[in-house]
Each structure stands twice: as structure tokens, then as C-alpha cells.
Design a protein around this ligand. Structure first.
Ligand code: NAD
Ligand code: ZN
Length: 342
């Protein structure tokens, strides 16, 4: 087992990589713990949870709403949960985002931790302190920054994950390597077959290195004013593709990273060989490299998104594999640049 920590204004988080989730009770500080999980995770692992009280929610992005949050408050009140309760989210990114939000707001905040059960949740959603839900179709519109006290990443829990969900997690893994660590990128190129078949030793390094990159960035820029934006590599185009094509997030991000890499090449910042290496690595995890929507649809979706949060577009480009830069690009210029693909 390896450990990492995140420390900042929004709390302190201990992350345990390679810990067994059956040891969860060793990490629970309070007398009374209540778990939040979803129906799939409950079906696979519910009998093994070392927590007696469990609240089970449905699954899928459509349940990431304030209604689901209200349903959990109801159950907490019914169970007479007071401020001494410790909440633990056991599930994918959706469960973690909801559990973190509920714990941060119920009775003005109770203590909480996560057991992320998808690769995406282990390397991304459970790390960094963002919690929240969607509102009126807008993703993550309502939420708070707050760190879970602990995160337990048990690689064995990934074995029941459908391959497509696993691939989506690898999109964020490749992203971490591409923005910050050339050696790690090479390691993934060498070991992608073993990683994809969940070889224990390879996966321990994959999860640890990915979290270390994200935790490093978050420790330096907790509230996303500068460097943290690098974690959005592939996400400007990716979110647009996710909306226009209704694709899974990780698949859309894979397409988005390819678009951002080609744009970097068009701007003479990145060489063609690196673009091809990125494509090959994503393809080795069976991730798509190209979407179906045309440029106008993608650019329209980006413009609609921008109207909502108002400020300039901070676009993440690559200077090399392992090195990202953030550039402020006005939308109309991005449209022109994206239109001049080589
Ligand atoms: N807070 C953050 O910083 C952050 C970062 C990235 C993503 N997110 C959020 O995370 C969410 C996506 O997370 P996700 O990809 O984990 O999706 P998810 O939580 O929907 O999980 C994917 C599917 O896998 C199932 N599942 C989970 N664990 C399983 C297991 N061990 N075995 C079998 N099935 C399992 C789930 O029931 C679900 O059907 C999005 O809502 C996104 O906004 C948040
Ligand atoms: Zn993402």
C-alpha cells in the first residue's frame, strides 16, 4: 500500500492506494458510519461492506440531482443521524460527488470519506475536493469544494467494472501523463496491455502516479485559478463532444485530447510524432480518436457553455508529451484555428 496526501484551505485528505476496502473500518473515526452507494456497487460488494447502515441510490448521470440529495437528507433525518455521523461514499464518481455534497451540507457539514470503485473515480473524481450535482441539465452546477478525510483505492474492485467504463478511466490516466510526466507516458506506452488487463503491480503504479499528478496540481492550485486548469486538457472539446454526441465522458475526453493535440500541432507547438503517440496510446485502451459531430456543432456547444460561465476560454495545449500550457483564446479565434486543421 502507498499513501499520498492533499492539504489545503478546503481540508486535508489521506489517500491510500492498494488498501483493501474490507479494511475500511480501520479508517472510520466515528462511532456511527453511514455508507452511500449505488445499486450496482451494492449488488457486487454490499455484503462485504464493513458498515451496517447503507443508503442506496440509483445509477447513471441522470440521478446526479438535488432530488437525489434531498432523498438522502430525508433518510438521514429518518435515521436520526446527528453531527457525529461519518459518511462514506462507496462507488463511482457519481456516488462520490453526491456523497461529498450531502456530507458537506447536511447539518452544515459532517465528516466523510470515499471508497472509489471505478478507475475514473480513483484517479480523478475522488481526488481534489470538488463535490456537487447537476442542475437543469448543466453539469456540476451546484456544489462545494471540500476534501474527504480519506480515499481508499482498492484495485481489486475494478475487476467487476465493464471494460468500457475501465477504458474511460484510462482516458483520464493518459491525460495526467500527457500534461505532466513524459516518463509516466512512456511507462503507459510499454505497459498498456498489462494495465488494461488489470495486472496488480502495473495498476498500483498507474493509480498512484495518476493521483500524484492530480494531487500535486491541486495542492498548488486548489481552487482552479491557474495550474489546475491543465487538468482540463481535452475537456473543452470533450465536453462539447459529450453533449453533441451523448458519449461517455472518458470517450469524449479521448476525442477532445486528440483535437487539442492536433490544434497544438497546427500552432507549431507539438510535433506530429507526439500526436501519433498520443493516438496510439488512447487506441490501445480502445478509446475513440474521432467523433461524429462536425466542427460547427462542437464550436456551438463550446460557445453555449462559455455564455454560462462568462470568462475567457482557457485552452490547454501541449508543448510536448508530458508538458501542457494554458492559453487564453477568444472563442472566435479558436473557431478559426480549429477550422484550419492540417
Ligand atoms: N469531483 C470531481 O473532481 C470529478 C472529476 C471527474 C469526474 N467527476 C464526476 O464523476 C462522474 C463519473 O464517474 P464514473 O465514471 O465513475 O461514473 P459512475 O459513478 O456512473 O460509474 C460508472 C458505472 O459503473 C458502475 N460501477 C461502479 N463501480 C463498479 C464496480 N466496481 N464494478 C461494477 N460496476 C461498477 C456504476 O454503477 C455505474 O453504472 C461524473 O458525474 C463526473 O462529473 C467528478
Ligand atoms: Zn474528465
Amino acid at each position: 500500500m502507498k499513501t499520498l496526501s492533499i492539504s489545503g484551505a478546503t481540508g486535508h485528505s489521506e489517500i491510500f492506494v492498494g488498501e483493501s476496502f474490507e479494511h475500511l473500518s480501520d479508517h472510520l473515526p466515528a462511532d456511527r458510519a453511514i455508507a452511500i452507494t449505488d445499486e450496482n456497487v451494492g449488488r457486487f460488494y454490499g455484503d462485504l461492506f464493513p458498515v451496517r447502515e447503507v443508503i442506496t441510490i440509483g445509477q447513471g448521470e441522470t440521478i446526479k440531482t438535488l432530488e437525489t440529495v434531498a432523498g438522502i437528507y430525508d433518510q438521514l433525518i429518518e435515521r436520526e443521524a446527528d453531527r457525529s455521523v461519518f459518511m462514506v461514499g462507496i462507488g463511482g464518481g457519481i456516488v462520490c460527488d453526491i456523497a461529498g455534497f450531502v456530507a458537506s451540507t447536511y447539518l452544515r457539514g459532517v465528516r466523510f470519506g470515499y471508497v472509489p470503485t471505478t478507475l475514473l473515480a480513483q484517479v480523478d473524481a475522488s481526488v481534489g475536493g470538488k463535490t456537487g450535482v447537476n442542475f437543469k441539465g448543466y453539469k456540476n452546477m451546484v456544489g462545494v469544494f471540500n476534501q474527504p478525510e480519506f480515499v481508499i483505492c482498492d484495485p481489486r474492485m475494478l475487476e467487476t467494472l465493464p471494460e468500457r467504463e475501465l477504458a474511460c478511466g484510462f482516458a483520464e490516466v493518459v491525460k495526467h501523463a500527457a500534461i505532466a510526466d513524459a516518463d509516466y507516458f512512456e511507462f503507459l506506452e510499454r505497459e498498456s496491455p498489462r494495465a488494461f488487463s488489470l495486472d496488480a503491480a502495473v495498476m498500483e503504479r498507474v493509480v498512484y502516479d495518476s493521483i500524484a499528478i492530480k494531487a500535486g496540481v491541486v495542492n498548488r492550485d486548489e481552487r482552479e485559478k491557474g495550474e489546475r486548469r491543465k487538468l482540463n486538457f481535452g475537456h473543452t472539446f470533450g465536453h462539447a463532444v459529450e453533449k453533441t454526441e451523448g458519449r461517455r465522458h472518458g470517450e469524449a475526453v479521448s476525442i477532445g485530447m486528440m483535437m487539442a493535440a492536433r490544434l497544438s500541432q497546427n500552432l507549431n507547438m507539438l510535433d506530429k510524432k507526439s500526436v501519433n503517440r498520443l493516438a496510439d496510446l488512447l487506441a490501445s485502451f480502445q478509446l475513440p480518436l474521432q467523433g461524429q459531430s462536425n466542427k460547427t456543432q462542437v464550436m456551438d456547444a463550446i460557445a453555449r457553455d462559455k455564455k454560462r460561465d462568462g470568462d475567457a476560454l482557457h485552452f490547454v495545449l501541449l508543448e510536448a508529451l508530458g508538458q501542457a500550457v494554458v492559453k487564453e483564446i477568444p472563442i472566435n479565434e479558436l473557431q478559426m484555428m480549429a477550422g484550419s486543421e492540417k
